[in-house]
Ligand binder design. Structure first.
Ligand code: PEP
Ligand code: MG
Length: 549
């Protein structure tokens, strides 16, 4: 038995054969450089091509692994457009008279080395992303095909061992054939680690094996909690780890046994647990984890995955499919929330100095009512087929809610006049700006329900960019100011007799469950995998004051 100690970045135990993943080396040289201008034009074309591929990959990742994990490809898109990178490549092309391939490789290495030396773990992990983007650019320069052609053929289930895995490689692997990830490089912030956590499979990084270590095809055990890889485990280790794997499976089974049970505390308090999804592809997971409904359907993916405005018909098909799939359970669809970190090039938005404080979500919709009304018509038509509600994001003022509702009513009248079947459903608002929380008493008279977006509420209350990794330690959703705004919102909603959901990440935080129950929050909307663990916590939580309505 050989034992390798690395760092566990995703818990759990996997037992099975190792499959060594080897990256094909791309030949960089072998092409004579033309003049600098020609090489620059080739580089510009490759950037265009790479940007297109990344849009497709982002859309696929959004469908398959959700918004948070897909965002890594937004970083790649930024990198492809990065002015500093462009300048570095142009400088090398002009001064060294080399090919675009060589210039991209050299500039990429400079950037990756710089990031690799960063003390900040997050930045350090981004070196792999820079190399990934450069590799994509080289592929485009070599005239390699589309993203779809890249998909990795599925093999039998195995522990994937690699020197390192780039985000693109990780997304390419067939998920059903991966028992665990083991990499020599990488970090807890690397994409394979993040993805493994999302998929709930064990992963290790920093495992000291060399690429020529003969481990391909050998039996192994990955202990994602202790960070250990056992190759050719002896009988005793195999037995011990099997027992632990079984204990974990029992815990999973316990969670499974909670399916169909109510979200009720021992003293009789009830709360709804719904799912957050970003696309139709995530609905089976929501159903599988016994979601009471969809509390947040982020409709922007429909726009982000396209290179044109989705038509009313395209949107209608998706919304109708969502309500139909949920078979009568509530489905809350949030209207378009783009801007800030989510940009659609075809919207032709002007560059902003402060995008998070800029033209985003409801602000774009009210500024461009033709786009908004197309979405509203699709929603009203789908509402005729099931239990659909509309949710307006980024509300800060009363007039915005009134204006949004007026447009919805206008759309409804137009559809009616044309004899098209439709329904004007319940319309709620996101409470994700401090202004909305402070005005919640007034807003409760305008909206049919509230949904508290704790991610943005934290960002805007603490005045810190939620995308900025350097601010991670300041990003505190438990900050007393954020909690005060949440409490105020729930109290005002209860006073007005409307329901409140919490749909930001804080909704799944077990440290907050008791408080949410005590406050009288009606619904927690969380990622599908968090539903059953949350139900378990609710069923074990005694709440001060016991039963409420
Ligand atoms: C939030 O802001 O908490 C939220 C749920 O919306 P998003 O994360 O999509 O901005
Ligand atoms: Mg938000």
């Amino acid at each position: 038995m050989q034992t390798f100690q690395g760092k566990g970045v995703s818990g759990g135990i996997a037992i099975g054969p190792i499959r060594v993943y080897r990256r094909e080396k791309r030949a960089v040289s072998g092409r004579r450089a033309a003049d600098a201008e020609t090489e620059l034009r080739r580089f510009a074309r490759a950037r265009e091509e790479a940007a297109g591929q990344l849009r497709e990959i982002y859309a696929r990742a959004l469908r398959e692994v959700g918004k948070t994990q897909a965002s890594i490809f937004e970083f790649h898109q930024v990198m492809v457009r990065d002015e500093e990178f462009l300048e570095a490549v142009s400088r090398i092309l002009r001064t060294q008279k080399v090919s675009a391939e060589e210039a991209v490789t050299e500039a990429g290495e400079q950037f990756a080395r710089m990031l690799g030396q960063a003390e900040d773990e997050y930045l350090h992990a981004r070196a792999a992303d820079v190399r990934d983007v450069c590799d994509r650019l080289l592929g485009c320069l070599a005239g390699e095909g589309s993203v779809r052609a890249e998909e990795e053929a599925a093999g039998p289930p195995a522990i994937i061992a690699a020197e390192d895995l780039t985000p693109s490689e990780t997304v390419k692997l067939d998920r059903k054939s991966v028992l665990a990830f083991v990499t020599a490089g990488g970090s807890a912030n690397s994409h394979s680690a993040i993805l493994a956590r999302t998929m709930g499979i064990p992963a290790l990084c920093g495992v000291p094996f060399s690429p020529d270590e003969r481990i391909d095809g050998r039996m192994a055990i990955v202990d994602g909690n202790a960070g250990t890889l056992f190759v050719d485990p002896d009988g005793g280790t195999l037995l011990r780890m099997r027992e632990r794997q079984e204990a974990e499976a029992r815990e999973t089974a316990l969670l499974q046994s909670l399916k169909g049970k109510e979200n009720v505390t021992p003293d009789g308090r009830r709360i709804q647990i719904f799912a957050n999804v970003g696309s139709l592809a995530e609905l089976p997971a929501a159903i599988e984890h016994d979601a009471g409904g969809i509390g947040l359907f982020r409709s922007e993916f429909l726009y982000l995955e396209k290179d044109h405005f989705p038509t009313e018909e395209e949107q209608f098909q998706v919304y109708r499919a969502a309500v139909t799939a949920m078979g009568g359970k509530p489905v809350v669809i949030r209207t378009l929330d783009i801007g800030a970190d989510k940009q659609c090039p075809y919207f032709g938005m002007e560059k902003e100095d402060n995008p998070a404080l800029g033209c985003r979500a409801i602000r774009i919709c009210l500024a461009r009512p033709e786009i908004f009304k197309t979405q509203l018509r699709a929603l009203l038509r789908a509402a005729a087929f099931g239990n659909l509600s509309i949710l307006y994001p980024m509300i800060a003022s009363l007039w915005e809610v009134r204006a949004a509702r007026a447009l919805a009513e206008e759309a409804w009248k137009e559809l009616k006049a044309r004899g098209i079947s439709c329904r004007l459903p319940r319309q709620g608002i996101m409470i994700e700006t401090p202004a909305a929380a402070l005005l919640s008493g007034e807003l409760a008279k305008e909206a049919d329900f509230f949904s508290i977006g704790t991610n943005d509420l934290t960002q805007y209350t603490l005045a810190l960019d939620r995308q900025n990794p350097r601010l991670e330690r300041f990003f505190d959703p438990h900050h007393p100011a954020v909690l005060a705004l949440i409490r105020m919102t729930v109290k005002n909603a209860r006073r007005a007799g409307i329901q409140t959901a919490v749909c930001g990440e804080l909704g799944a935080d077990p440290a907050m469950t008791r408080e949410f129950l005590e406050l009288g929050v009606d619904e927690l909307s969380v990622s599908p995998a968090a539903i059953l663990p949350l139900r378990k916590i609710v069923r074990e939580t005694e709440v001060a004051g016991g039963k409420t309505i």
